[in-house]
Design a protein around this ligand. Structure first.
Ligand SMILES: CC(C)(COP(=O)(O)OP(=O)(O)OC[C@H]1O[C@@H](n2cnc3c(N)ncnc32)[C@H](O)[C@@H]1OP(=O)(O)O)[C@@H](O)C(=O)NCCC(=O)NCCS
Length: 252
């Protein structure tokens, strides 16, 4: 008997209504578009996530490596009910967010990754995905965790999330926090921005191609910052970086 193994390995997707794009003006005066990323566009994101694997600052390395795995698994049909949204400024990739539907009433936030800093692009992207969970998918609650202090400030504090510590989150099994519909409605007027429909010329530019981020986070030039960022009293991070810079790892 022959078995089509792919049919077993590939999860059966749930019906999920599409995300309707929106746009907003950033503090810089530029227009940013939030739109869904199709599966066949995932490789266009992966090449901009990969360099962030080497950025220790603000936990970009941890978050980027997880995002890379999630996006690749989604691309290869190895992830259950994942959606991916991108923020683009004049076509340029500015942020990526993803999440998934656990049940028809429960959503799960995976990640938020800002590739352009200092404009709350990440915060706007997170708000857009919560809008998708509550207003489009009809979820009652979304489970969330933070991997970085900035993330904690943005989600747990700004949205006043509730503890759901009895539920291990899919991201590493750490205790979950929850955004409920009531909390989201309370945050709407201050944290959720954007308009629909997106003017055709702005949307066309975004859909045409995902362009490289012009000023993405990069690894620190000063090796000491790696040590500081990891609170490394033995300076192992400093030495490893110096060896790598000198190409002298083999002499260690
Ligand atoms: C968390 C994250 C999505 C928030 O994105 P954001 O809302 O666009 O915010 P930024 O990261 O640009 O800025 C956050 C803070 O750092 C400061 N900051 C850090 N680096 C900066 C830079 N290069 N330029 C300007 N501001 C910077 C900002 O002033 C800002 O301060 P504020 O909170 O008082 O406004 C983003 O920091 C990120 O992608 N971090 C790495 C991955 C991560 O932690 N994801 C979330 C997992 S829970």
């Amino acid at each position: 008997m022959s078995v089509d193994l792919e049919k077993i390995l590939r999860p059966i997707p749930a019906e999920m209504a599409p995300y309707e794009p929106k746009y907003m003006l950033l503090a810089s005066g530029e227009a940013a578009v939030v739109r869904a990323v199709d599966r066949d566009e995932i490789p266009d994101l992966l090449k901009h996530v990969e360099p962030l694997l080497h950025v220790e600052r603000d936990y970009y390395d941890v978050v980027a490596s997880r995002v890379y795995a999630e996006l690749l698994s989604h691309y290869q049909y190895r992830f259950q009910d994942q959606y991916v949204l991108a923020v683009q400024v004049d076509g340029e990739l500015a942020a990526i967010v993803n999440g998934r539907q656990v049940t028809p009433t429960l959503g799960l936030s995976l990640h938020t990754l800002a590739l352009r800093r200092g404009l709350r692009v990440g915060a706007h992207a997170f708000a857009a995905k919560m809008e998708y969970h509550f207003d489009v998918l009809g979820h009652d609650e979304v489970l969330i965790v933070a991997e970085s202090p900035i993330g904690f400030r943005r989600w747990m504090i700004e949205y006043k999330l509730e503890k759901r510590f009895e539920i291990p989150h899919e991201l590493g099994g750490v205790p979950s926090w929850a955004l409920t519909r009531e909390l989201f409605d309370a945050a709407r007027s201050s944290l959720v921005v954007g308009r629909r429909p997106v003017p055709p010329e702005i949307l066309e530019k975004a859909m045409e191609a995902i362009l490289p981020p012009s000023d993405p986070p990069t690894p620190a030039l000063d090796p000491l910052s790696a040590t500081r960022s990891k609170y490394d009293p033995t300076a192992t991070a400093l030495m490893v970086e110096r060896w790598a810079m000198e190409g002298g790892m083999q002499d260690a």
